[in-house]
Design a binder for this molecule. Structure first.
Ligand code: PMP
Length: 434
C-alpha cells in the first residue's frame, strides 16, 4: 500500500485483513493522525475536542510522559528478573495512592490481563470457582474476564451466562429494577440471595467483581450504600472483593483518587489499566498481603512485558503529571461545573432524562417522557457533535447514554464549548420531535 494510504484503501484493508469484529466510531469514520492535550487531529488538520478518551488521561501525547518513555527506551527495556529502580519507584509511588492494606502490586499490560489475574487470585485464595458480577459490567476480553462480563455474554453474539457466574441487577436508580431512597439495599440483597442459593447446591463463592461506577452499563452511579452491603454479604461468605478501577481510577472522580473510595469500602484486590500509561499498555493488580501470600503457591507468576522499565517510567510520569498539574482537582472543578451546566441544559431540553456521574466521569441519557430510551436520537446527537468538532461516545444496554470522560486536562473553556455545541444540536428538529 502506498503512503499516505487513501481512506477507501484503509477501510477495505481493515475489512478484509483485520479482525472482523473490529468496529469504527461514527457513521462516517474519522482518520485521526495526531493527538495534543484534549484534542485529536485528523489528516486534514481538523481538530476535535475529545470528550471520550479516558486512556490519554493526562492529555494526548503529554510531553513529560512521551519523554519518560523515550528516555528509558533508549537505555534499557527488559523483563523483571533483574534488579531495577524503575519498578520499585513506580510501585512505591502507586502504593502511596492506595489504602495501606493494599500493599502488593503485580504489573501487567492491559485491563483484561489485570482482571484475569485478579479472578485467578480469588479462585486460588478461596479454592472456589463462582463469581458474582454486575449486569452489563465489562471486565475484559480474556476467557475469565469475559465470563464475568454480562456486557458481552448477554449481548449480541454472546453465549449467555456461564454456570459459575451470578449476576446482580444493574444498580440504576433512575430507571432500573428498584428506585427510591433505599434502593441500594434492595439491589445488594441479591448478593445474599445468590450466596444462599449456591449454598443449597453445596457451593461457595470465590468473590465479587464490579466497577464502582458501571461504565459500559451507561455511566451508572450505584446508590450510596450499595457497595458496603454487597461487600458485607460477600465477605460473610468468605469471598474476595475485586474493584475494577480500569475506567474510573487515577483521580477522574475528583473527590477521590479511586471510585471505590466514594463508597467507603476496602476491596481485597483493585485492578487498574487504561489511564495508568496514558495510552502505553500498562495495567496493575493491587492486593492485600494476605491475598498475595496465598496466591504464591510456589508457581511463578511471570509476565514478559509487565513491569518493564519503559512501562514503569511512563507510569511514574503519569502519576507525577497528575500531581504537578493538579488534575484530580481539575476533575472536581471542571467536572462539577460541567455537571451543573448539563443539569441546566436538562431544564431546557427534557429529552435529557438523567444527568449523572462524578468529576470528569459523567453521563446523560436521552429518553421520552416515559423514561423510554431514545437510541436513534442519541446516535444523531453523537454524529452531529462530531460534525461540530466534538467527539462523544454512546454506551448503556439501550445505547442511549452519552458518556463524558475526557482527558483530565479538560478545561472550563472546553466544558463551555461542549455545552454550547450541545445546545445547538438539541435545538434541531430531530431532537425536538421525540
Ligand atoms: N475493565 C473495564 C471496566 C474496562 O472498561 C475495560 C476496557 N474497556 C477493561 C476492563 C479491559 O481493559 P483492556 O481493554 O485494557 O484489556
Amino acid at each position: 500500500l502506498e503512503n499516505p494510504v487513501p481512506e477507501n484503501k484503509l477501510l477495505e484493508f481493515r475489512k478484509e485483513h483485520l479482525g472482523k469484529g473490529l468496529s469504527l466510531s461514527y457513521d462516517k469514520p474519522l482518520h485521526i493522525v495526531r493527538g495534543e492535550g484534549v484534542y485529536l487531529i485528523d489528516k486534514d488538520g481538523q481538530k476535535y475536542l475529545d470528550t471520550v478518551n479516558n486512556v490519554n488521561h493526562v492529555g494526548h501525547q503529554h510531553p513529560k510522559v512521551v519523554q519518560a518513555g523515550q528516555r528509558q527506551m533508549a537505555v534499557l527495556n527488559t523483563n523483571t528478573r533483574y534488579l531495577h529502580e524503575e519498578i520499585v519507584q513506580y510501585a512505591e509511588m502507586l502504593l502511596k495512592k492506595l489504602p495501606p492494606h493494599l500493599s502488593v502490586i503485580h504489573i501487567v499490560n492491559s485491563g483484561s490481563e489485570a482482571n484475569e489475574l485478579a479472578l485467578r487470585m480469588a479462585k486460588t485464595v478461596t479454592k472456589n470457582e463462582d463469581f458474582i458480577a454486575i449486569e452489563v459490567g465489562y471486565h475484559g476480553n480474556t476467557n475469565a474476564a469475559m465470563d464475568v462480563s454480562s456486557y458481552k455474554f448477554d449481548a449480541l453474539g454472546g453465549n449467555g451466562k456461564p454456570k459459575t457466574t451470578h449476576v446482580l441487577p444493574l444498580p440504576d436508580s433512575f430507571r432500573g429494577k428498584y428506585t427510591g431512597e433505599n434502593c441500594g439495599i434492595d439491589y445488594a440483597a441479591h448478593t445474599k440471595e445468590i450466596i444462599q442459593r449456591l449454598k443449597v447446591e453445596g457451593k461457595e463463592i470465590a468473590g465479587f467483581i464490579g466497577e464502582s461506577m458501571v461504565s459500559c452499563g451507561g455511566q451508572i452511579v450505584p446508590p450510596s450504600n450499595y457497595f458496603q452491603e454487597v461487600y458485607k454479604h460477600v465477605r460473610n461468605a468468605g469471598g474476595i472483593c475485586i474493584a475494577d478501577e480500569v475506567q474510573t481510577g487515577f483521580g477522574r472522580m475528583g473527590k477521590t483518587f479511586w471510585a471505590f473510595e466514594l463508597y467507603e469500602v476496602l476491596p481485597d484486590i483493585v485492578t487498574m489499566g487504561k489511564p495508568a500509561g496514558n495510552g502505553h499498555p500498562l495495567a496493575i493488580v493491587a492486593c492485600t498481603e494476605e491475598v498475595a501470600t496465598k496466591f504464591n503457591t510456589g508457581m511463578e507468576y511471570f509476565n514478559t512485558f509487565g513491569g518493564n522499565p519503559v512501562s514503569c517510567a511512563i507510569g511514574r510520569a503519569v502519576l507525577e503529571v497528575i500531581e504537578e498539574e493538579k488534575l484530580q482537582e481539575n476533575a472536581l472543578n471542571v467536572g462539577g461545573f460541567l455537571k451543573f451546566e448539563l443539569l441546566k441544559l436538562q431544564k431546557d431540553f427534557p429529552i435529557i432524562g438523567n444527568v449523572r456521574g462524578e468529576g470528569l466521569f459523567l453521563g446523560f441519557e436521552l429518553n421520552n417522557s416515559n423514561k423510554e430510551p431514545l437510541p436513534e436520537q442519541t446516535n444523531y446527537l453523537m454524529n452531529r457533535m462530531k460534525q461540530l468538532g466534538i467527539l462523544m461516545s454512546i454506551d448503556g444496554p439501550d445505547h442511549n447514554v452519552m458518556k463524558i470522560k475526557p482527558p483530565l486536562v479538560f478545561s472550563k473553556e472546553n466544558a463551555e464549548e461542549l455545552i454550547a455545541r450541545l445546545k445547538t444540536v438539541f435545538a434541531e428538529d430531530f431532537l425536538k420531535e421525540f
